[in-house]
Design a protein around this ligand. Structure first.
Ligand code: CA
Length: 238
């Protein structure tokens, strides 16, 4: 029998017990260790004391806003965060992602589907860890996938994990067009069901951090209807 890969601790921050209880049970059955709290204060406390591998965070909590919790967690942690939201509008989703959340789930959700997305997020994060991949260089941009460091003209760029992964994927294919759907499946999830507007929002942030002018980009060119091209001509061997 195949032993499941090390499961991980999932912090579930949700005040509705009709959601958190069956979901915690589903996580347990899937081999995860759920930690459950119904408050923002509990979330910050458990995140600090238990060091979970992933946080599922409800947007509306009795003692605070999940977005504030997300912001607070991001101050000193890169833990993957999935926002739980009952509000299905695009704006809410994008706001959640802008705070540094990795993904979002709209309630009501299917436990099986969310668990498969949790696995995908954890796989992606683990895969990024050891990284024997060589540093990439193009123009003034240097990116070391293993060390997770990117620099522009020697200055370290403060990139979120998604921005970093996006830049890495574009730089791996420097000079070529990377299709929108390939970026989505590489950086997000193959079963991502959100809008691909998220991609444009992240490209916008990345350009801003690279100092790229969207009207006349030096690095990230939009290839209309197809995808994006990292324009710097060659990726030199370090
Ligand atoms: Ca709630």
């Amino acid at each position: 029998m195949d032993i499941q890969s090390p499961s991980g601790r999932i912090l579930v921050v949700e005040d509705e017990e009709s959601i958190s209880e069956p979901f915690a049970e589903a996580l347990r059955r899937a081999g995860f260790e759920p930690l459950v709290t119904g408050t923002a204060a509990g979330a910050l406390e458990l995140a600090a004391s238990e060091q979970p591998d992933l946080v599922m965070l409800d947007l509306a909590l009795p003692d605070g806003d999940g977005r504030d919790v997300c912001r607070e967690l991001r101050r000193n942690s890169d833990v993957p965060i999935m926002m739980l939201t009952a509000r299905g509008t695009e704006m809410d989703k994008i706001v959640g992602l802008e705070l540094g959340a990795d993904d979002y789930v709209v309630k009501p959700f299917s436990a099986a589907e969310v668990i498969s997305r949790i696995r995908a997020v954890l796989r992606r994060c683990n895969r990024a860890e050891p990284g024997r991949e060589k540093p990439l260089r193009a123009g003034a941009i240097e990116l070391d996938p293993g060390a997770r460091i990117a620099r522009a003209a020697g200055r370290e760029l403060e990139l979120s994990r998604k921005e970093f992964d996006l830049l890495a994927e574009l730089m791996r294919h420097a000079g070529q067009v990377v299709k929108r759907e390939d970026l989505m499946s590489e950086v997000w999830d193959t079963n991502w069901f959100g809008s691909t507007k998220t991609l444009d929002v992240h490209i916008g942030w990345l350009r801003r951090k690279l100092g790229d002018d969207p009207a006349d980009p030096a690095y990230i060119e939009t290839v209309r209807g197809v995808g994006f091209r990292f324009a710097a001509p060659e990726v030199e061997e370090p």
